[in-house]
Write a protein that binds this ligand. Sequence first.
Ligand code: PLP
Length: 401
Amino acid sequence: MAPSAPSGSISTASSPSSATSTSTTAAVASTSEAARAGAILTIDLAAIAANWRTLRDRAGPAACAAVVKADAYGLGAARVAPALAVAGCRSFVVATLDEAIALRGVLPEGTEVICLGGLPADSEGEFQRHAVTPVLNHLGEVERWRVFARWRGTPYPAVIHIDTGMNRLGLGPDELDRLATEPDRLDGLTVRLWMSHLACAEADSPMNAAQLAAFRAALARLPAAPASLANSSGLFLGSDYRFDLARPGCALYGVNPTPGRPNPMSGVIRLDARVLQVRNVDSPMTVGYGATHRVAGSGKVATVAVGYADGYARTLSGRGHVHVGGAAAPVVGRISMDLITVDISHLPDGAVVPNAFVELIGPSRPVDTVAEEGGTIGYEILTALGRRYHRVYTGGAAEGL
Ligand SMILES: Cc1ncc(COP(=O)(O)O)c(C=O)c1O
């Protein structure tokens, strides 16, 4: 009853070089780590690369970066970024300097690493040593990077973030005025990009046009340089939003950048967890902590080896579903640290047995559906994916890895 996994060559996370042509979860499970794993997370590198090509084509003639912060949204930047580089991506975006340094170790020459989180105190030397381009989020950072570049006698690149409505990071209106009227503040720097970020790109919101207008007005006052505005959803707002470099993240990993409309991206992960026990239950029994689920009549409950310690959101308690035996089955009772309980009363006896796998996320349970059931967003489901899963990467051979 184990669901079939995506076909294609596979390699396990623990032995990335051991790619084989084996093609099913059952075959994966023949390796000892997988055989004892409670849950198996399969990540399709070819699908991520295909999604990047789709976004690149949509971005054109603008270039297309890949946002791989937060360990490539939980999927493993050390595997994802090289696959994207082989696909042709040349610009990679992370949040922290440590993420950037780690990325440098796996990316080929000729790629650019942009770090969103600004210029932490005394970090200039590390940015320079690892050839990481900082996103400068206020004039103090612009000044420190400029002083460093002048001291080194080299015009280092910088991305400068203009806030057009997020009120989070970036130069606000006062700082923009000062930079526009005192452009010598940029002497000794190469502005690689003027950047801004959309607050409501996934929605049909007047904020989008307002931010676009504010960004254009800012660019008109600043020295000419390439510009970047669109994230994944921004790429679907129209060509006005594309500028010179698009910065998609979530869509690479299969999250729908156009909520409410069909998902133009391919699914990238599947998460299968093992059934540990199948129990017969009957009224007036209850299931799980807090006895929140009352059994209505005679039925069956499968206990599955995944829990909130694996990032399976506790908010899915009594709301989520898994796919098993060819049908959806509801998660009943509270999600525990290591276990969930699933009502399989509607399935024939023997359809779900111990050691079978249920699909938690995958073709039958897209990440956006799981997120909606859990009252959250696909980003959070992905970045919470746990460290205990046995990870399997497929599609590496297709990417020449
Ligand atoms: C500045 C910036 N650019 C691009 C992205 C990528 O956004 P998305 O994952 O929605 O494509 C993010 C993500 O948070 C971001 O903070």
